[in-house]
Ligand binder design. Structure first.
Ligand SMILES: NC(=O)c1ccc[n+]([C@@H]2O[C@H](COP(=O)([O-])OP(=O)(O)OC[C@H]3O[C@@H](n4cnc5c(N)ncnc54)[C@H](O)[C@@H]3O)[C@@H](O)[C@H]2O)c1
Length: 481
């Protein structure tokens, strides 16, 4: 590897912290900055503020040596050749990204630039943010020779973030000159020349010495659009399959067979064709909205993105109506909610469809007992305490005496439930699965009535199919598979 690069990462959240740990893992010197003093203290003291596989081990390996933590942005910037901005870009007014955190960081960087720096947009930002950063630096009196601004969007997925970072499908670098592109190429060199994968203690994944990571250099605008377009495309796949699922249900077809049949087409691919409660999280909803806003600003009609959003919103109502149809009335019903995180293997609850669903059920008067392997503490911080909202220490306790179990998050552990034990715990054996983790016939053979998405409901032998559906708006329920 060429000389290690001194790197500063501003923002130690899901992206910044993983990036910092992984840059250290591939041999660089990293200072990780956050203005949340409590988080910095926790990180310095050996804690890990987020739930992410491999992250604790990487931090334990590099903490205090090649990765350090501080709230002093100026000092960190001064010491670094490359400054990565990885702060949040939440949804702002009218769908546009709120770039105020990025702007605040850029203003602080401006006060600390004494020598040439490459400033890297790692946060997801709309096209032309690069120009804005440049402009803000000029306004603060920084001469153009003292910096370059590069776009290096991040594609990691929470839950597999470390492996995604070290074994990326691609690394995108948007740079408008060679000098800055070269710095980014040096940073990622251990992944692109394969030398990292040759190390005996390298974390194994999809890349290898013979198939190292690919780095693509584009203009800054193209790199910014690649990120928004990638997320919008993935969200579109999810909304598409959910729309097909609703049609499948209306004609007694099976969305799992349909997804497999579509996904085997190599032009389409199997991933992101899982029907369910819809997408959520801190990225897809806001990135679809921000991308749509960008198009509107430029006079481009990108109505497709509005449809993607609408289908995703409607999917929650579709599921809510399934619960109502299965239980007739909801007031006073005891429901076990399995899952709070927006997807499995993470503790992130931002824009979680599971939480939206629980709120709808609580408003309808149901008594909800929730269990999530990692996201319960975060949920307690945002869901106001309510008499009808409870938490359980494991999924079987959540299911105890429940009128129905709802599967809201696709945690691996929810796909491996001891079904006989679950059945014994419940008052009525009804499972309403928003993530299609089970096969209807398997659930029926374990004595459950099993409602899922885009597939016929499997009824418990003694129960049979109701002749009148309780919900008026939900998709029609048809016979047993
Ligand atoms: N989470 C993901 O899966 C993911 C994936 C790809 C891209 N992204 C993008 O990466 C960016 C960061 O996302 P995230 O999920 O890591 O956010 P996050 O909220 O987890 O982390 C942001 C961090 O920035 C810190 N911060 C805010 N203002 C600061 C300041 N002025 N100085 C220092 N620190 C500051 C916050 O305290 C927080 O720790 C967003 O633009 C997001 O869209 C996220």
């Amino acid at each position: 590897m060429s000389k290690p690069v001194s790197i500063c990462v501003i923002g130690s959240g899901y992206v910044g912290l993983v990036a910092a740990a992984c840059f250290a893992e591939i041999g660089h010197h990293v200072v990780c900055v956050d203005n949340d003093e409590a988080k910095v203290k926790q990180l310095r003291d050996g804690g890990v503020p987020i739930f992410e596989e491999h992250l604790p081990a990487l931090l334990a390996k590099h903490r205090g040596r090649s990765v350090t933590f501080t709230s002093d942005l100026s000092e960190a910037v001064e010491k670094s050749e490359a400054v990565f901005i990885a702060v949040g870009t939440p949804q702002g007014d009218y769908g546009a990204a709120d770039l105020s955190y990025v702007e605040a960081v850029v203003a602080e960087i401006a006060r600390s630039i004494a020598s040439y720096k490459v400033i890297v947009e790692k946060s997801t930002v709309p096209v032309y943010t690069n120009d804005w950063i440049r402009r803000v630096l000029h306004r603060h009196g920084i001469e153009p020779e003292r910096f370059d601004v590069v776009s290096n969007p991040e594609f990691l997925r929470e839950g597999t973030a470390v492996l995604d970072f070290l074994h990326p499908d691609r690394i995108v670098v948007g740079a408008n000159n060679e000098r800055s592109a070269t710095v980014l190429e040096r940073i990622y060199e251990p992944l692109t020349d394969g030398s990292y994968y040759a190390q005996p203690d390298a974390l194994p994944g999809t890349c290898s010495v013979t198939h190292p990571a690919q780095l693509v250099v584009t203009s800054t605008q193209s790199a910014e659009i690649i990120k928004h377009a990638s997320n919008a495309f993935l969200a579109m796949k999810i909304s598409f399959i959910n729309a097909v699922a609703n049609l499948a249900e209306a004609v007694d077809a099976d969305i799992e067979d349909i997804s497999a049949g579509i996904g085997l087409d190599s032009r389409i691919g199997r991933k992101f064709l899982r029907a369910g409660l819809g997408y959520g999280g801190s990225c897809f909803p806001k990135d679809v909205a921000a991308f749509h806003w960008v198009a509107q600003e430029r006079g481009v009609d990108f109505q497709l993105l509005e449809e993607v959003r609408k289908i995703n919103e409607t999917q929650k109502d579709v599921f809510f109506n399934k619960v109502r149809s299965a239980l007739w009335t909801l007031r006073g019903k005891r429901l076990a909610a399995l899952g709070l995180a927006f997807k499995g293997e993470t503790d992130d609850i931002r824009d979680s469809p599971a939480i939206s669903m629980i709120e709808m059920l609580l408003n309808a008067g149901a008594i909800v007992t929730a269990f999530d392997p990692a996201a319960m503490e975060r949920t307690k911080e945002v869901l106001p305490p309510a008499e009808n909202m409870r938490y359980a220490s494991d999924l079987y306790s959540a299911a105890k005496d429940a009128d129905a179990v709802l599967i809201l998050t696709d945690w691996k552990e929810f796909a491996e439930v001891d079904l006989a034990r679950l059945n014994r715990a419940m008052r009525f054996p009804i499972v309403i699965d928003g993530r299609n983790l089970y096969k209807p016939l398997e659930m029926q053979s374990h004595g459950f009535t099993y409602v899922s998405v885009g597939r016929p409901t499997a009824y418990h032998a003694q129960e049979g199919k109701p002749r009148v559906s309780a919900g008026s708006k939900g998709p029609r329920e048809r016979g047993t598979k």
